[in-house]
Design a protein around this ligand. Structure first.
Ligand code: G6P
Length: 372
């Protein structure tokens, strides 16, 4: 009913709008005033966490994209090797797991069969499993050694939005917590990140306030067949997520690529007026990547692409090459997906609406897939 949707036309719009509160709720009580993380609910003893020599993340769909982003954060902050794998592929390749492996299973519903089978396999091999989940008491957390709930509140729309952002927050919390426990790189960088993470809801809110041009752009592209998405580093999984949203909702051919791979194939797809969304990393921090992606934008534009550029405030170098420019607030490099994903959600939702599609219940999809 309209009341359930809180005055919005679709649950998806309501859930997109709820994201500032959702991320704040996921953070609630988990970072104290002095910036120390307290995750007592992660009942894996610090002694065990200190022994972990490999992290493996398993998930499906949108949760898998959160896991891909988490890999960058975990390896950078903890220096523990981390791999992220599609849950449906994981157990069939005879993965190497033992007592020193920490497996993180990410699932909004806690009922996805592929993810459940992957975590069962991991536990049989003696690995410890931590679930990141949004649904209290669901099967995946019940069968795990520990759980970090995301507290996004119920997500009704099939296409995941607020659950994704809170999965990211939970992954960052776990990465920072493990770094804290192990004392790795526990310095100024981590302190700054914790402070900025604690305030991220405000940044998400700022993005939401500036989405009208993105909606207008989406409507103007309603008769296109293909949209491509490019990103690098943590922007690469964001590109994949942007493409997934467009497939799910707009039923369009949408693909995400690592921008560095462009020259190894995908650039052949560029033709006149093809919309290409580019997620630009911060010019601060890993600025080499920034320069490389700016050349990618120039390359595709020279071949006729219509460039839709998502870039940090104050990044002026992209301006001459952007047919459409979407600004996002400055964040630490690794946290950028929390703000850069939001315009892609709005874009897909508006395109679906413009194409007359059912936003909350896309054809052929289920909110939670309980078969393998
Ligand atoms: C289904 C949904 C996706 C979701 C995926 C994983 O395919 O349509 O939106 O990302 O399942 O769901 P989970 O509940 O495990 O996060």
């Amino acid at each position: 009913s309209a009341a359930e949707k809180g005055g919005y036309d679709y649950f998806m719009l309501k859930e997109i709008a709820e994201q500032p509160k959702a991320v704040a709720d996921t953070l609630l009580g988990r970072i104290d005033a002095s910036g120390v993380l307290s995750l007592d609910e992660v009942r894996i003893p610090p002694a065990v966490l200190r022994e972990v020599d490999k992290v493996v993340i398993v998930a499906c769909g949108t949760a898998y994209h959160a896991g891909m982003i988490a890999k960058y954060a975990i390896e950078h902050w903890t220096r523990i090797p981390c791999e992220t794998e599609l849950a449906s592929e994981f157990r069939y390749r005879d993965p190497i797991l033992d007592r020193r492996t920490l497996v993180i299973a990410i699932s909004q519903s806690g009922e996805t069969m592929d993810t459940l089978m992957a975590l069962r396999h991991a536990r049989e091999q003696g690995a410890k499993v931590l679930a990141i989940c949004n649904t209290n008491g669901s099967t995946i957390p019940r069968e795990s050694d520990a759980v970090l709930y995301t507290h996004a509140g119920p997500e009704v729309a099939v296409a995941s939005t607020k659950a994704f952002l809170t999965q990211l927050v939970a992954c960052y919390l776990v990465a920072l917590y493990v770094a804290q426990v192990r004392g790795t790189k526990w310095g100024d960088e981590i302190r700054d990140v914790v402070r900025e993470l604690a305030a991220i809801g405000t940044q998400v809110e700022q993005v939401l306030r500036t989405m009208e041009p993105v909606r207008a752009l989406a409507r103007s592209l309603a008769d296109k067949n293909t949209v491509l998405f490019l990103g690098r580093h943590v922007g690469y999984p964001v590109a994949l997520e942007g493409a997934l949203k467009l497939k799910e909702l707009a039923y369009m051919h949408a693909e995400g690529f690592a921008a560095g791979e462009l020259k190894h194939g995908p650039i052949a797809l560029i033709e006149d007026d093809l919309p290409v969304v580019v997620v630009v990393p911060s010019p601060r921090g890993r600025s080499v990547l920034h320069d490389k992606i700016v050349s990618n934008i120039q390359e595709i534009r020279a071949r006729g692409a219509r460039t839709i550029v998502i870039a940090e405030e104050g990044d002026e170098t992209v301006v001459p090459y952007a047919d459409h420019l979407v600004r996002i607030p400055r964040t630490p490099v690794l946290l950028q997906p929390l703000v850069s994903t939001v315009p892609l959600q709005v874009f897909a939702c508006e395109l679906a609406t413009a194409r007359g599609n059912e936003v909350d219940q896309p054809r052929n999809l289920a909110k939670s897939v309980t078969v393998e």
